[in-house]
Design a protein around this ligand. Structure first.
Ligand code: G3P
Ligand code: MG
Length: 259
């Protein structure tokens, strides 16, 4: 069974874009640091290069998180790899490169669970989902990866490639109404999880999702008191930038589980 979908004594600690509070987001340095800081899992974002490689990148362009320029889909892997993905954050991280999803799987796939977020709201797929599914199968990580997307059609495409892939639908209060509260969830066969923004859940809603057999992972939680509120609401996973803060807020001594 997929490890994200198993009931646990406390919520799974999921480092958002790696340990992005302490390292440049979506780099191997951020993922390795998350493991060292005691995260159970990492969240990362993926997109497709012009020449068809699956790379880890949040934005549609590489401009904010590297010293390069251009849209991921307009650049080749070689062009993206020339860019430095660490120095913008801190000189200590100079030399970090934009990783391939495959490199992350090889580096931390056996140590950490991985939430792969599929970027892009296109109605028609560009082959990204099938490539991600093939990499998960190649690295034998089907029970250690959960896929998520704000695009319900991306998750539908994944389930059509392999219905065993665990999938969680992302949604947020500031989206158009049909995406704001997962209205299109019925388009996804055998959906496994909901990934709401933290303000969209309370204990009653979490109980309702659990009664429907759905796992609930919330994002992006960066304050200790909010971590505790989410834990008390009964969520299964908490995505946040700082795994140290998440771990400390979830310690039994912090009063989360003594109700
Ligand atoms: O998966 C949770 C979160 O990463 C969704 O928003 O923009 O940070 O990818 P974003
Ligand atoms: Mg994300």
């Amino acid at each position: 069974m997929n490890l994200f979908l198993q009931p646990r004594a406390r919520p799974v600690v999921i480092a958002h874009r790696g340990s992005s509070a302490h390292a440049p987001e979506n780099t191997l340095a951020a993922f390795q640091l998350a493991a060292e800081q005691g995260a159970d899992a990492i969240e990362l974002d993926v997109d497709l290069t012009r020449d068809g490689h699956v790379v880890v990148m949040h934005d549609a362009t590489i401009d904010r998180t590297t010293d390069g320029h251009g849209r991921v889909g307009d650049l080749t892997l070689e062009e993206i790899r020339r860019a430095d993905a660490g120095a913008w954050r801190d000189a200590a991280f100079r030399g970090e490169r934009v990783p391939l999803l495959e490199e992350v799987f090889a580096a931390v796939g056996q140590r950490l669970l991985i939430n792969v977020e599929i970027k892009g709201m296109a109605l028609r797929g560009n082959g990204l989902e099938a490539k991600v599914a093939a990499l998960i199968e190649k690295h034998k990580l089907i029970d250690r990866v959960i896929l998520s997307s704000f695009n319900p059609l991306a998750l539908r495409r994944l389930k059509h490639v392999n219905a065993r892939l665990a999938c969680g639908l992302l949604y947020a209060p500031d989206l158009p109404i049909f995406l704001r509260d997962a209205w299109l969830a019925p388009l996804i066969p055998q959906l496994n999880a909901r990934h709401p923004q933290h303000a969209q859940v309370n204990k009653a809603r979490v109980d309702q999702f659990h009664a429907q057999g759905l796992t609930v992972n919330v994002w992006t939680v960066n304050q200790a008191d909010l971590v505790r509120v989410m834990a008390q609401a009964g969520v299964d996973g908490i995505i946040g930038d700082d795994p140290v803060l998440l771990r400390e807020a979830l310690e039994p001594s912090a009063g989360v589980f003594d109700l």
